[in-house]
Design a protein around this ligand. Sequence first.
Ligand code: C2E
Ligand code: MG
Ligand code: MG
Ligand code: MG
Length: 291
Amino acid sequence: HAKRGGKSNCVFYNPDMDAAGIDRLELETDLRRALERKELQLYYQPQVDSRSGSVVGVESLVRWLHPQRGMVSPAVFIPLAEEMGLIGDIGNWCLHQACVDMVSLKGIDTDLSKVAVNISALQFDPRLIEQVDDALARTGLDPRSLSLELTEGIAVESGDQPLNTMHGLKGLGVQLSIDDFGTGYSSLGYLSRFPLDELKIDRSFVDGVERENQQAALVAAIIAMSNNLGLEVVAEGVETSEQFRHLTGQGARIFQGYLFSKPLPLEELHEVLRPGRFASKVMDITGVIET
Ligand code: C2E
Ligand code: MG
Ligand code: MG
Ligand code: MG
């Protein structure tokens, strides 16, 4: 293990370092090279409109195909990239690649109107405006087809900087979404102050929504609030027909989760983009389809 690093970056034996520590060091060394070795790949998870049964959006989710370990979860390597100061480069790669892939889908018959890109709180500073502008200019993607998923964490930061950055991004014409809504520690006040387009209800609220009154009450309130504020609402992590039926009954319209599809590589995405692809599935569960 400890021999792996070459002359320039040898790993010294530290008696305090346990197996997990060595493992992490290796992962860090490998992550530094992942971008140049082209080991990162974007997967796309469909977002289904229950009115049409069509896929109207896709969320890009990064994957690291490690040569020895296989697929490493972003839940593992994104926090690592943030600590190591690599999130800027990785985030920028994801942003650009998602735009490239979205442009490549132009011309196929689909109701798809946007691609969502996750933005780390550490990426969220005024330079992001330039990076997004650059990705749009280099790929020719219509700004309205790009949605940025921000976390509540950025709203915790005081001062005008987050607000100014959001206005700068809105000025480019992109959409702004709050990911994992309800899991952060921020106050609700930002919802009316920030120029947002969408809220994503976190999976932890969707889980149990059909059998637990508490969960159901929270989700109903989030959907009603979103509607009143003019925000689109996306239900995340929808896995069962029961959850879906309950959420449509509460007025939710856009759904992302294993019930419809897991995240897919670009090549496998084409098949699910056919208009009305999930219409019969929606019909089977709710008994209604609007178009
Ligand atoms: P997220 O943005 O909230 O993404 C949703 C996560 O839930 C994804 O996990 C997705 O695969 C998973 N998921 C979707 N539907 C279901 C479902 O029905 N059931 C269950 N159990 N899970 C479902 P994934 O792809 O492992 O990503 C985890 C997190 O890593 C993301 O959470 C996001 O915070 C982060 N991440 C992923 N890609 C990127 C990226 O390109 N940039 C940044 N900064 N973060 C990313
Ligand atoms: Mg997300
Ligand atoms: Mg989320
Ligand atoms: Mg999440």
